[in-house]
Design a protein around this ligand. Structure first.
Ligand code: FDA
Length: 298
């Protein structure tokens, strides 16, 4: 484990050498590279949300450093004039150190984001161990007057129906995704057809009664079902957005823009790309095959 930790340490020679593998899914290792990627996406009609990669921070100093990187990032978004907001992970803001630390850092980011054309701050959802704490911090942010913040809900969790209803009641902006962590069957649906059915049920509730939902999926069946549902219910294309990950199914991303839908691309960047990259290759054989292909081409 110690050897693996050393190999995957953000500045290790190993990781620097293998960034070419992650390049399709990670916009770059610097804020400047991320800005360039967003400008290119904007030119194709996409908006973006920027994520500074990192999670599971266990020291206050590191959590503050994440917060400060977001300050720089928000300034860079404004200076470059790109169409983007930001996504944050509360474990990178200190949630595992102390809930108050995460709250204070996230509140500072929300306050700084107010100066931007798109002031919205999305709190990503992480593993089930921190779902309650993440929702509590979000609720505290709203109580403290930060109305430019929203959450992510995961369709695979069995608790999600209640979370959807409370998000609708509090007019919280929700990004709906399937869920990316390996959760036990006691708390999570494990079969894809079941997850899809749940996803569509929640998507419909959010589209009819929610506040500008983000439909985050690359699943063509779900996207077709949402397009049909919104068409049949007269839900205008500017009342929601599709969201997809940088580098995943770009042809599908472009087809949605061409059909007049709003599409936001989640753009991760930074040197701590190993965890994010691992989740992408583990969840889809297409992604693993792409990475294998890149290796063989070298
Ligand atoms: P899924 O991966 O199930 O794929 C759907 C279909 O697309 C499959 O038929 C597959 O074959 C095809 N496909 C997929 N990738 C392909 C590829 N590269 N090439 C060709 N075909 C491919 N999760 C979380 O827990 N917390 C969070 O905060 C977020 N945030 C987030 C933001 C955004 C914008 C997105 C899009 C996703 C997230 N996620 C997330 C991740 C999410 O939970 C989920 O793990 C992934 O989106 C994968 O599920 P999908 O519904 O996209 O399709």
């Amino acid at each position: 484990m110690a050897v693996i930790d050393r190999l995957l340490a953000p500045d290790s020679a190993f990781q620097q050498r293998f960034f070419f593998l992650a390049k399709r899914f990670v916009a770059g290792e610097t804020g400047r590279a991320a800005m360039d990627a967003i400008a290119a996406l904007n030119a194709e009609g996409f908006s973006a949300t920027l994520d500074f990669l990192g999670e599971d921070v266990t020291e206050r100093g590191a959590a503050r450093a994440t917060r400060d990187e977001y300050f720089r990032l928000l300034e860079a978004i404004a200076a470059r004039g790109v169409e983007s907001n930001v996504s944050v992970k509360l474990t990178a803001m200190g949630l595992l150190v102390d809930e108050d630390v995460a709250f204070e850092n996230a509140a500072a980011v929300c306050a700084a984001a107010r100066a931007n054309a798109d002031p919205f701050v999305r709190i990503d959802m992480e593993g089930s161990a921190v779902v309650d704490a993440t929702l509590r911090v979000h609720a505290r942010l709203r109580e403290a007057g930060h109305d430019n913040v929203g959450i992510v809900l995961q369709a695979y969790l069995k608790r999600t129906p209640a979370d959807i209803e409370s998000a609708i009641a509090s007019q919280t902006r929700v990004r709906l995704c399937k869920g990316a962590y390996n959760e036990p069957p006691e708390i999570a649906l494990k079969e894809m057809p079941e997850i899809r059915r749940a996803y569509l049920r929640y998507a419909e509730s959010l589209l009819v009664r929610g506040t500008y939902p983000g439909i985050a999926t690359h699943d063509e069946r779900l996207i077709a079902a949402v397009r049909q549902f919104t068409g049949e219910h007269g839900i205008a294309k500017d009342r929601f957005e599709f969201q997809m990950l940088y580098g995943i199914r770009p042809e599908l991303q472009r087809a949605l823009v061409a059909a007049g839908y709003r599409v936001r691309i989640y753009v991760p960047y930074g040197t701590h790309w190993a965890g994010y990259f691992y989740r992408r290759i583990m969840e889809r054989k297409e992604n693993a095959l792409f990475v294998l292909g890149s290796l063989l081409k070298r």
